[in-house]
Design a protein around this ligand. Structure first.
Ligand code: GDP
Ligand code: MG
Length: 784
């Protein structure tokens, strides 16, 4: 029997884990190992994926993957760990009190890091363990956001508040140090190559077993480390407790109970972190394979390999124990870094084969099992688990509605509808008007001041018609973007987005994407810029690229003025039909293109969908505020760099003729001449008019300016130039042609210049073909 065949609420024990490569390692890292107990919680409304409970947390898997995990019926139901034990409250000792830290046996000399050298820390933890919350607590607002070298994964760092000469870097949320996802590689390389002075490992104490799995691997790195047991407020509120001192003794590093959200224990955590880093106190224990466990096969294998590779690891600058575990797991990257000779490789293979035979498990499963066995022992001795946490019960209740069979999709549509309504019609729109008014007032003021001061006409024009009009119009989008991000971060931090990915996965897989791509696509209806930025949360590079290339097909809000303008002029009757039709046409194209991509550029499968469903939690105000500030800053930086330059260029082309004299007639401007080149190209679409071409070019700056440019150039006589037939072609063209500069700039930031140019060319090509198609169809249908 496999998990796929299990019924709802049925419990079974994993007997064999199939699959291969990244997927299989992911299974193991998430705790799906032989001997683990799984319970099926529910199936997504469309029947796939399935939600499971394992090691006390919720995991989702696709049915097709679930079929690779064999299970057998439980013989006797294991008791809920240590329920009968008394809840003890243990005080956590301060620095040095417990006797564990800062012992130098035999009076060995202390070797503190020299004063004045910056102590660097890596903040590592699972997703949703409270990393962002803790990071914001540690650094306050004093942080720097960038990318890790070579990859577009967010890199945030900043000094710890109150400690000069410190720098903490927030690493991507990971579950393991396997080299399978870009996040894992980034985190692992950061620790291996940049050699931080200390690691702050954040552990979600409400889900301690799964979280300690990463801790085991971090301890092997031999870097001074502290464990932050986060969410302790929830643990204690539910009657659970953790014997911190005993856990410390078992792990050999300081363990500090904290609540990042309530700012409890954070100061103590920092004390310990700075202390271990300053005095270079490495974990006292790196060896977790128990001699007596399961015949000791894994223990013997790991130690034999460790001895064998010791000198190579030292030469390669790798921690020995870490390298040994990875070699036993079959990690090729580490193996090649060690530069072993043929004999040594063969010996290792023999040792591993022997272990597999003795242990009855393959190499990766045996190592994962060893880690979980140790964790289980530690938790058995130190953790008193609450029966059922209130947060869990609450989450289940909410999920009955939000991921219920019949309610999930209507609820989703309702929530997204509300978010867009509030963003584009109420809050964001109101703020936008306010800002636009402010910009207008400022621009009028500057206008008057320059007139009064008798500033040169050209400079005057540049500032008012170029910079103020161009940057101002882009700037007025800031409130909408910030409001949209406000709602989306609420949805994300509360845990809802993970659920959306869960129930939309089946649908999106049909076009070669995974459930997580739904979020950027939805944001795309608002604005492509934040949509492209939102793809950073996608786990696979292939999915991310594909999603970025598809988002521009979702009609962004700036295209609404174009639609309304032409509908009012040419299709007064059945306007909403045209409007809906345009939105649907965009989606339809996206689906077609996705199919095309799936068969060509992005062959292969969407990323495996092995995802945790965290409990619903109230997002922290600090986190949200910090995020909004970051997004706003990002947007402003762009508005005053790329967009400013582009605005000046267009203004220049529009204002001067080829002799570089101020153009007396717009038809003589350089822009009109450039647009003239496009006239023959647009002729087949019935759009061979320089004014239309100019408007479309200006739409590259911002889509709204298509309408404003047309109004200036046609002066209200648009009906004389266009017919419903050509208007339809123009609408389709506007729907699909190149995204605006702001969007292209964000594509460039995510994928690089080549892709950005590609998007512009490719979208124009598609738009041209689609517009021609629509024209031909309408002509055949007899529309004149
Ligand atoms: P990340 O995914 O690791 O960055 O986790 P976040 O910092 O975004 O936190 C995930 C959720 O847990 C958010 O809704 C936080 O408000 C919440 N959270 C973080 N720390 C704590 C804590 O100590 N106690 C409680 N009750 N909630 C917390
Ligand atoms: Mg986070």
């Amino acid at each position: 029997m496999t998990i796929k065949d299990m019924g709802i609420r049925e419990t079974a024990v994993v007997s064999r884990v199939g699959g291969e490569g990244a997927l299989r390692q992911h299974f193991l890292d998430m705790g799906v190992i032989p001997g683990a107990e799984v319970t099926v919680v529910k199936f997504a409304p469309m029947g796939d994926p399935v939600e499971l409970k394992i090691h006390g947390y919720e995991l989702t898997l696709r049915l097709e993957d679930a079929a690779k995990i064999e299970v057998e019926a439980v013989k006797e139901k294991s008791s809920v760990g240590g329920k009968e034990r008394r809840v003890r409250k243990t005080e956590h000792p301060g620095l040095g009190e417990g006797g564990l830290y800062h012992i130098r046996s035999g009076g060995a000399k202390e070797e503190p890091v020299t004063e004045g050298k910056t102590l660097t820390f890596a903040l590592v933890g699972n997703q949703n363990s409270g990393k962002t919350t803790l990071f914001n607590r540690l650094t306050g607002s004093n942080q720097h956001v960038g990318n890790f070298p070579g990859v577009t994964v967010d890199r945030k760092d900043g000094p710890i508040q109150g400690y000069k000469d410190t720098l903490v870097t927030d690493l991507p949320g990971i579950y393991s140090m396997s080299p399978y996802s870009s996040e894992e590689i980034v985190s692992r390389n950061f620790v291996l190559n940049e050699k931080p002075d200390g690691i702050i490992n954040i552990v979600d104490a409400t889900n301690i077993e799964r979280n300690l799995y990463l801790t085991m691997q971090l301890l092997e790195m031999g870097v001074p480390m502290v464990v932050a047991l986060n969410m302790m407020d929830e643990v204690t509120a539910n009657g659970g407790s953790i014997d911190v001192n005993a856990m410390e003794a078992q792990l050999g590093v300081p363990v500090v109970p904290v609540s990042a959200a309530k700012n409890e224990g954070v100061a103590e955590l920092v004390d310990h972190a700075v202390h271990v880093a300053r005095y270079r106190e490495k974990p006292l224990r790196q060896d977790f394979c128990l001699e007596d466990a399961n015949g000791g096969a894994v223990h013997r294998c790991l130690h034999a390999v460790a001895h064998l590779i010791e000198d190579h690891a030292e030469k390669a600058g790798l921690p020995v124990r870490f390298a040994a575990s990875k070699v036993v797991e079959g990690d090729r990257l580490i193996l090649s870094r060690l530069m072993l000779d043929k004999n040594e490789c063969e010996t290792i293979e023999h040792i591993v084969l022997q272990m597999e035979a003795e242990r009855g498990l393959d190499r990766s499963a045996a190592v994962a099992d060893m880690r979980f066995a140790f964790i289980q022992r530690v938790c058995g001795e130190t953790v008193v688990k609450p029966g059922e946490s209130r947060e869990r019960v609450r989450s289940e209740r909410i999920d009955r509605f939000l991921t219920g069979k019949y309610t999930a999709i209507p609820a989703f549509i309702g929530i997204m509808g509300l978010v867009f309504f509030l963003t584009f019609n109420v809050i964001g729109a109101w703020l936008q008007d306010l800002l636009a008014m402010g910009i207008d007032a400022l621009s009028a003021l500057a206008d008057r001041a320059m007139t009064a001061a008798g500033v040169n006409d050209v400079i005057h024009g540049l500032i008012i018609d170029g910079i103020f009009a161009g940057v101002g119009s882009v700037l007025s989008f800031l409130p909408v973007i910030v409001t949209l991000f406000f709602f989306l971060s609420l949805l994300e931090d509360s845990g809802y987005i993970a659920r959306v990915a869960f129930f939309m996965d089946k649908l999106l897989r049909k076009i070669g994407l995974s459930g997580r791509s739904i979020v950027p696509m939805l944001i795309g209806f608002g604005c492509t810029v934040p949509a492209v930025m939102a793809t950073r949360t996608l786990p696979s590079e292939r999915d991310r690229k594909m999603t970025i290339l598809l988002t521009p097909f979702m009609s962004c809000s700036a295209k609404v003025p174009i639609y309304s303008f032409f509908i009012a002029a040419f299709f007064p009757k059945g306007g909403w039909l045209v409007m809906t039709g345009l939105y649907l046409l965009g989606i339809l194209w996206a689906i077609l293109i996705a199919f095309l991509f799936k068969g060509t550029l992005f062959r292969g499968e969407a990323a495996p969908f092995v995802m945790e469903l965290p409990n619903y939690r109230m997002p922290g105000a600090r986190n949200v505020a910090q995020l909004l500030w970051e997004k706003a800053k990002d947007f402003l930086q762009r508005a005053f760099s790329v967009i400013l330059i582009a605005t000046i260029v267009v203004w220049f082309l529009q204002s001067f003729d080829l002799t570089l004299n101020s153009a007396s007639d717009p038809e003589n401007s350089i822009l009109a001449i450039i647009a003239g080149v496009l006239v023959p190209v647009m002729k087949p679409l019935g759009l061979g008019d320089w004014r239309i071409c100019t408007s479309l070019i200006s739409g590259f700056m911002a889509k709204e300016s298509v309408v404003s440019t047309m109004e200036i150039l046609f002066g209200g006589s648009i009906g004389a130039v266009l017919t419903p037939l050509t208007a339809a072609a123009l609408l389709v063209f506007s729907l699909l042609y190149t995204p605006c500069v702001a969007a292209v700039a964000s594509v460039r930031r995510e994928l690089g210049g080549k892709w950005a140019v590609g998007v512009v060319v490719w979208q124009c090509l598609i738009a041209w073909c689609a517009a021609l198609l629509v024209r031909v169809i309408l002509l055949l249908a007899g529309v004149a």
